[in-house]
Design a protein around this ligand. Structure first.
Ligand SMILES: Nc1ncnc2c1ncn2[C@@H]1O[C@H](COP(=O)(O)OP(=O)(O)OP(=O)(O)O)[C@@H](O)[C@H]1O
Ligand SMILES: [Mg+2]
Length: 220
């Protein structure tokens, strides 16, 4: 029976995704959230997209390699291929065990980057979304919203640019619009966090959100 078609309601674990452009603070706050959940006795699986599996990480290398050119739809299909494997090998088994899964990017990134950023038609993305995850979806998505130029300034000094990071501020502003549109469309699931605030303030806002979510799902 395809586990993909089961509703997340029947999964004992919870699935939280982090979204946002580079430099928005995903890694910073993901580390903090993981500790928060572990301190409450939960087993947390930390993963990322593209990647998360052996095959997915190999696809990630190709997808992020600046020397590798590819059509926007090829990029899209590879992202979804990696995601299908990620669901099958990591996310769904962990949730079925009762673990909590925290992923650094997931489905919304395809709508933002390949859709709004690269211009792949949304109806094609919606078809792939339905194919790959069925009615399953994250229980909570934290979208770290940040103007492109601030994100760029934050990451410039700490790493070399990958195949996405070499894109213009304009590209990332489109990506940002794509994320905001998804947030508008899925208001129940996606929380928009102002990532331009000082780190401590972002953490405080995040903490309030997470504590409410945790209580809502049976925690103390
Ligand atoms: N609110 C903030 N104010 C100032 N600096 C921040 C803030 N949040 C994160 N940073 C800093 O910006 C840098 C990038 O943060 P981080 O690596 O968490 O971003 P990211 O969203 O994971 O980016 P990437 O997509 O490139 O992995 C880090 O040096 C981090 O300390
Ligand atoms: Mg990161």
């Amino acid at each position: 029976m395809p586990i993909l078609l089961e509703s997340s309601m029947v999964q004992p674990g919870k699935f939280i995704t982090f979204e946002g452009i580079d430099g928005a603070g995903k890694s910073t706050h993901l580390a903090w959230l993981t500790k928060f959940l572990q301190n409450r006795g939960l087993t947390v699986v930390v993963t990322r997209e593209p990647g998360g599996t052996v095959l997915g990480e190999r696809l990630r290398e190709l997808l992020l390699d600046q020397r590798q050119t590819m059509h926007a739809e090829t990029e899209t299909l590879l992202m979804f291929a990696a995601r299908r494997e990620h669901l099958d090998k990591v996310i769904l088994p962990a949730l079925a065990r009762g673990d909590w899964v925290v992923s650094d990017r997931y489905m919304d990134a395809s709508f933002a980057y390949q859709g709004a950023g690269r211009g792949v038609p949304l109806r094609k993305l919606a078809l792939l979304e339905e194919w790959v995850q069925g009615i399953f979806s994250p229980d909570l998505t934290l979208y770290f919203d940040l103007p492109a130029e601030i994100g760029k300034a934050r990451v410039q000094s700490i790493k070399t640019a990958d195949r996405f990071e070499v894109e213009s501020d304009q590209f990332f502003e489109h990506v940002r619009r794509g994320y905001l549109q998804r947030a508008q469309q899925f208001q129940q699931r996606i929380s928009v966090i102002d990532a331009s605030l000082p780190i401590e303030q972002v953490k405080q806002n995040l903490m309030e959100l997470i504590e409410a979510f945790y209580r809502q799902h049976g925690g103390q």
